[in-house]
Design a protein around this ligand. Structure first.
Ligand code: ZN
Length: 339
């Protein structure tokens, strides 16, 4: 397929939600208590180290023990809240964070964590209310207020993707009131090529498997809305899926997991002509994250926009407990994309 006169490029990316909970932020509220040799101090340090290594269930059990030693310890409750959050148990996490705000009302970090739990549960009004509380506080906690502002902006940005409880979310092109852009039947079966950076030999097989599975999942969800086949030559492909090393571009942040660009012809602006999926890899990531990213990006390549509901695969931020699983709204949306 010759790629001549590509008009518009539609671009979507997926961002990791995990970076919002980096260890730095945890460390700030929760420094290691190296000189604290009491039973509580030792438990808090061990729990914190377990969290750092993403051993979240172990951390949960350690912080529960710490709470038994001292049920008024804010750090024990905060650690438990954090361990729950990392396991995707948002209601439990929110409850522990709330406990922290009773114990230490001046501390904003548990409030921020509560806000993030509400976001993760799709309760955006509750999350916004908490962020506004922090912003309107009398005391000047400039850094916390900036974090709260950033979260509010993110929530407001999500409203562009429509009502999170509607039957479906938008197809590409529909945002801002436009017409959907989709694949015309003349391209069927869609020809898909897979490319992996040859240096990442360990990942070639998992990546191929993930792309294959993503197309199977979306095709099944679309109820036969499209057909596809894999080709070896990228020049013959409608969709190319690439796995490449992440670009460490500070201006874009280091948390971009994937990027999909769709091209259209000048004279057929509501039809895709070509789509390129780029999935980024960093040695600190894991294979589950790779799979989740592939499902999301392939969704874009097929014509899906973003959802404002964290339970959908097409939510713009990776939400570990839901990522990778196609929801009822995802199914409705892919059917619409090919209608
Ligand atoms: Zn996206």
């Amino acid at each position: 397929m010759a790629l001549v006169s590509m008009a518009t490029i539609l671009c979507c990316c997926w961002v990791s939600a995990a970076e919002r909970f980096d260890d730095g932020e945890l460390g700030e509220i929760f420094p290691l208590a190296k000189n604290d040799h009491t039973q509580l101090g030792r438990l808090l340090d061990t729990g914190r180290i377990a969290l750092h290594h993403s051993r979240n269930e172990e951390a949960e059990s350690i912080f529960k023990q710490a709470i038994e030693v001292d049920r008024h310890s804010v750090r024990a409750h905060y650690g438990l809240a954090y361990a729950y959050f990392e396991q995707g148990r948002f209601a439990k996490s929110q409850g522990e964070a709330l406990e922290c705000t009773f114990l230490d009302p001046r501390n904003n970090r548990p409030r921020l964590l509560m806000g993030r739990c509400f976001e993760a549960m799709g309760r955006f009004a509750d999350a916004s209310a908490i962020y506004r509380q922090i912003i309107n506080k009398q005391q000047n906690h400039a850094f916390d207020k900036r974090l709260a502002h950033d979260r509010l902006e993110t929530i407001e940005g999500l409203s562009e993707h429509g009502d999170p409880s509607a039957e479906r979310y938008g197809a590409i092109g529909e945002e801002y009131g436009g017409k959907k852009v989709n694949w015309d039947k003349s391209h069927f079966p869609l020809k898909v090529a897979i490319f992996c950076d040859p240096e990442m030999t360990d990942l070639i097989a998992p990546f191929k498997q993930d792309v294959t599975r993503a197309f199977e999942m979306w095709c099944k969800a679309s109820q036969g809305g499209f057909t596809y086949r894999f080709v070896t030559n990228q020049a013959h492909a409608d969709i190319v899926c690439k796995l490449i090393r992440i670009k460490r571009d500070k201006s874009e942040g280091n948390n971009i997991l994937g990027l999909t660009k769709g091209d259209r012809d000048d004279h057929k602006i509501n039809e895709f002509n070509f789509s390129r999926v780029e999935v980024f890899w960093d040695k600190t990531w894991n294979l589950a994250k790779l799979n989740d990213t592939v499902v999301h990006e392939v969704g874009h390549a097929l014509g899906l926009g973003h959802s404002s509901n964290p339970r959908d695969v097409m939510f713009p931020y990776s939400m570990p407990p839901y990522a990778g699983y196609i929801s009822a709204r995802d199914r409705n949306s892919i059917r619409f994309a090919f209608r």
